[in-house]
Design a protein around this ligand. Structure first.
Ligand SMILES: CC(C)(COP(=O)(O)OP(=O)(O)OC[C@H]1O[C@@H](n2cnc3c(N)ncnc32)[C@H](O)[C@@H]1OP(=O)(O)O)[C@@H](O)C(=O)NCCC(=O)NCCS
Length: 129
């Protein structure tokens, strides 16, 4: 699905730890992943099969991944996108300069190589508990 949507597969863990999938009666229709870095996380690999788009599968996956991050003690979630910068604001993500990204997230495969330098960087911060 990632390849079909022209999204990077580099850095996806073989265990698929911190990845979620959505499925219907015909099989898996969507996926999303988190990379955890101390109190920050990178949201990546958000994809929904074309036949299942526009009915809230992406929204469910994003909410599930954000809930998982929040429960895991993450303060802020980052993402890189070249295709969906108009999609993520509804979940509280705002565009930020790359300089504001923590060093450990910048070291991720996606930041270093998989996503082009022109990609938009976005961040969502959770309310302090
Ligand atoms: C982005 C994506 C995951 C959204 O999944 P989805 O299940 O179709 O999304 P939802 O059903 O939750 O939301 C649908 C809404 O989002 C909007 N939307 C979907 N993709 C969008 C995009 N790339 N940019 C802006 N808006 C988008 C739809 O127009 C629709 O708007 P509406 O609520 O006003 O009708 C899916 O379109 C996809 O797999 N795209 C290709 C891969 C991709 O670009 N992933 C993002 C990588 S960072």
């Amino acid at each position: 699905m990632l390849e079909a949507a022209a999204l990077p597969t580099e850095g996806v863990p073989s265990t698929l730890q911190d990845f979620f999938v959505a499925q219907d009666t015909d099989g898996i229709v969507g996926a999303i992943g988190l990379e955890r870095y101390a109190r920050a996380a990178l949201l990546r690999s958000a994809v929904v099969e074309p036949r299942a788009r526009g009915i809230g599968v992406g929204e469910t996956l994003v909410h599930r991944a954000l809930e998982h991050a929040h429960q895991g003690g993450v303060d802020s979630v980052y993402l890189l996108t070249t295709t969906a910068e108009q999609y993520f604001p509804r979940f509280g993500f705002i565009p930020i300069p790359r300089e504001e990204v923590p060093a450990e997230v910048k070291e991720s495969v996606e930041f270093r190589s998989a996503c082009p330098a022109s990609a938009t960087v976005m961040r969502k911060m959770f309310e302090t508990r």
